[in-house]
Design a protein around this ligand. Structure first.
Ligand code: NAD
Length: 496
């Protein structure tokens, strides 16, 4: 059985751990690899290697750091399909979706290539007579990243390229459910010329995450995953005086106004709700139909019913299986609960199975209507191919529903009315808004700006905010003496 290595000080090493976690093919739950739970000695070695590498990496000129990212971007593009095959085999994502996962990560590396201009400070001349002030952006030291299963290429690439381009070194603890994809990313990073120790990778679960939250050598922690783990990581990392940015769960609403283009709405909602089996933090899980638009719900369910789950290399498959038997059990139990609590189940994917792959984690597309805010399927994140449709009378009612929801990752509005769109964009308490765009994930020259229970912290992923997160600002105030030196000590705050 293939044992996934660790990456410590530039070497891909087999762990000496006696504890391993099975990595499975979600289509049939066969074991395809095993990920070690790194020992405490290996955790220490990974952090020590990052700490030692920081001393030399921080001295590498910013232009050379940018060139490393350029070589890395070229290698990632060249190997996009190889990475996507590994990714699809351990997540079950369709091949096209897997390629998209890699591509979104490549775009962040492209942003990291701009590091020389992104890390420029500010200057002001003659802030007092003969005095100038200027600032430099300097790296922090060792940063850590903890990533979820659902984007095993994109989300590690949100983190380590930006941190490392800033001059930091990095310890990554990827999801134990699909660790082979990040290892392939790491292989290419080493091939691009990353010096030893700049990127280290450890595997495991909570026991391997905890040292990253408490070790004083680590200065900043980036996390993406579920709400309870995100809250735990934010609290623990900040209690240990570290910077933390924790991206958590979601419940994303799409508001459909009756003046919207019906074809556009229906086509877009199909992919946004059940694409990737709904295992996207920006998936649309609630569609809020305003007034007459409610008449479109049966046709939407009809279109969603045509999406067939299948194997990653089946070109006709709309999406793949869920990541694990536990994920399937959770989603099926939500579907049951939705029926018990009185929602109308227009399409039920609970019993779906793929012939020949009956042991896989399959759930078919599922659509509920008449969902209300007191139902469990509305209140909790399902993270499966389940769309909940709700009815409201007006845009104001829709805004009230969305703003009362504790999550704030993404939302969208479909309308042909500029005033309606502007009212929604301005008043909705959600960090990423799409107008006639179902899943509004910003490209990496902006930042990924979830709000409320979808994000704990201040500075978000990628874009300019990532530079701020992974750096310190040093501000210098300078005077060069010329001619006569003013006499005597000054014991007050100078006013000029
Ligand atoms: P998860 O929280 O179970 O795991 C995420 C990471 O935390 C993994 O590396 C895991 O090993 C580690 N972990 C798990 N339990 C831990 C514990 N008790 N203590 C410390 N570390 C622990 O999340 P997941 O199931 O892998 O991913 C799905 C979740 O991620 C969903 O809730 C989804 O909404 C969220 N997500 C959010 C975003 C975003 O940008 N907001 C993006 C992608 C995924």
């Amino acid at each position: 059985m293939y044992k996934v290595p660790l990456l410590i000080n530039g070497e891909f090493v087999d762990s000496s751990s006696s504890s391993y976690i099975d990595v499975t093919n979600p289509a049939d739950n066969s074991v395809i690899a095993q990920a070690p739970c790194a020992t405490s000695q290996e955790m220490d070695q990974a952090i020590a290697s990052a700490e030692a590498a920081f001393e030399t990496w921080k001295e590498v000129p910013v232009t050379e750091r940018a060139r490393l990212m350029m070589r890395y971007q070229a290698l990632l593009k060249e190997h996009q399909e190889d990475i996507a095959k590994i990714l699809a085999s351990e997540t079950g994502k369709t091949f096209d979706d897997a390629k998209g996962d890699v591509w979104r990560g490549i775009e962040v590396v492209e942003q990291a290539m701009n590091i020389p201009s992104l890390m420029m400070g500010e200057t002001a001349e003659n802030v007092a007579r003969g005095i100038d002030t200027y600032s430099y952006i300097q790296p922090l030291g060792v940063c850590a990243g903890i990533t979820p299963f659902n984007f095993p290429a994109m989300i590690p690439l949100w983190m380590f390229p930006m941190a490392i381009a800033c001059g930091n070194t990095f310890v990554l603890k990827p999801s134990e459910q699909d660790p082979q994809t990040p290892m392939k990313l790491a292989e290419l990073f080493m091939e691009a010329g990353a010096p030893k120790g700049v990127l280290n990778i450890v595997h495991g679960g909570k026991d391997q995450v905890d040292p990253l939250l408490t070790d004083p050598r680590i200065k900043a922690v980036s996390f993406v995953g579920s709400v309870p783990v995100g809250q735990y990581i934010y609290r623990t990392a900040t209690a240990n005086m570290k910077r933390a940015q924790c991206f958590a769960g979601a419940k994303n609403h799409s508001v459909i106004m009756p003046d919207a283009n019906k074809e556009h709405v229906l086509n877009n909602l199909v992919g946004a709700s059940v694409g990737a089996a709904g295992q996207r933090c920006m998936a649309i899980s609630v569609a809020v139909f305003v007034g007459e638009a409610q008449n479109w719900i049966p046709e939407l369910a009809e279109r969603i019913s045509k999406v067939k789950p299948g194997l990653w290399d089946d070109k006709n498959a709309g999406f793949g299986p869920l990541i694990s038997p536990q994920a399937k059990e959770r989603v099926v139990s939500y579907i049951k609960k939705g029926k018990e609590e009185g929602a109308s189940c227009l399409l039920d994917g609970s019993d779906f199975t793929l012939e020949g792959y009956e042991k896989g984690n399959w759930v078919g597309p599922t659509v509920f209507s008449d969902v209300t805010t007191d139902m469990t399927i509305y209140k909790e994140e399902i993270f499966g191919p389940v769309l909940s449709c709700m009815n409201v009378d007006s845009l104001e009612d829709a805004l009230e529903v969305v703003n009362a929801n504790p999550f704030g990752n993404g939302t969208s509005i479909f309308t042909n009315s500029g005033p309606a769109a502007r009212k929604y964009q301005r008043n909705v308490e959600v960090g990423q808004v799409g107008i006639n765009i179902p899943i509004p994930v910003p490209l990496p020259f902006f930042s990924f700006t979830g709000w409320k229970n979808s994000f704990y912290g201040d500075l978000h992923a990628y874009g300019k905010q990532a530079i701020r997160f992974y750096s310190e600002t040093k501000t210098i105030t300078s005077r060069w003496l010329e001619g006569d030196i003013p006499g005597g000590p000054n014991l007050t705050i100078s006013m000029d």
